[in-house]
Design a protein around this ligand. Structure first.
Ligand code: FPP
Length: 252
């Protein structure tokens, strides 16, 4: 698919992706799961470059969930090593592409080396003003929301806010994504149709796109296809179709 079919005016600003299916992709090829994660990195690279190229402003990738800590130790260790190696290898390319890296999640739970490499890459890319690449690492939405609630409750106890003033906006300010707009589009690969503790608050009005394609096969064409599909949807936010597109419903 070429870029032409995409309407530049209605591109989503923020796309979030649950990159799923690495393990099954590898098993289908008689390989071990780690091989699938390595191939998944190639999809990450391609999706990041296409996103930057077409002018997406924010791309959030669910790279490691809180629940992923429960996987076999060998796989967790391999994933952490892969993250470190990938970030080390890609930081120059991120700078060349004007990509700014961010991490959301329980940063302190990551191995020391992973924290160091991520922090270094965050610092080295923090002047870039192109695509914001947000890696969700040791992240879960329930963890994030409980932290937000604790912090708001503490402010109320300290007398800094009145509980009656707690609003959507205030809650947002206490989430790890407070500096980013909510995603307009959430993509999940591999045929699973669930949200799996990802951005539960921020996805309230996102368009959801599920594809049976496993993450290592999700490349440029599949990414553009998902965006084109999003652009065909009517986003009503609780309103009626007539309110959104009055001219189309006007009497002829
Ligand atoms: C889900 O597939 C994938 C993950 C838990 C890890 C995603 C990590 C990468 C793509 C590599 C590193 C990423 C970056 C950003 C450098 P799965 O293992 O759950 O697959 P399965 O459902 O088939 O078992």
């Amino acid at each position: 698919m070429q870029l032409e079919p995409l309407d530049k005016a209605t591109l989503p600003k923020h796309i979030a992706i649950i990159m799923d299916g690495n393990g099954r992709w590898a098993k289908e090829r008689g390989q071990d799961r780690i091989y699938g994660h390595h191939e998944g990195v190639l999809s990450v690279r391609e999706v990041v470059s296409v996103a930057g190229e077409i002018g997406i402003e924010y791309l959030t990738l669910y790279a490691f969930s809180t629940e992923n800590w429960n996987r076999p130790k060998a796989e967790v260790d391999a994933l952490m090593e892969l993250l470190v190696a990938t970030i080390r290898q890609e930081v120059d390319e991120l700078n060349r592409r004007n990509v700014r890296l961010h991490v959301i999640g329980d940063f302190a739970a990551l191995p020391q080396l992973c924290q160091q490499e991520m922090q270094e890459a965050i610092d080295l890319t923090n002047k870039n003003n192109g695509l914001n690449l947000i890696l969700a690492l040791s992240y879960s939405a329930k963890w994030e929301m409980i932290n937000a609630i604790k912090s708001i409750a503490q402010q109320a106890l300290d007398g800094k806010i009145n509980p009656n003033e707690i609003s959507d906006e205030l809650f947002h300010q206490h989430l790890c994504t407070h500096q980013f707009p909510d995603p307009e589009l959430m993509i999940r690969t591999s045929g699973e149709c669930r949200i799996s503790n990802f951005l539960l608050y921020q996805l309230a009005y996102s368009e959801l796109y599920f594809t049976p394609i496993h993450w290592p096969d999700f490349r440029r064409e599949q990414f553009l296809h998902a965006i084109a599909n999003y652009q065909q949807r009517e986003r009503r936010f609780g309103k009626t179709s007539e309110q959104i597109q009055p001219s189309e419903h006007a009497p002829k």
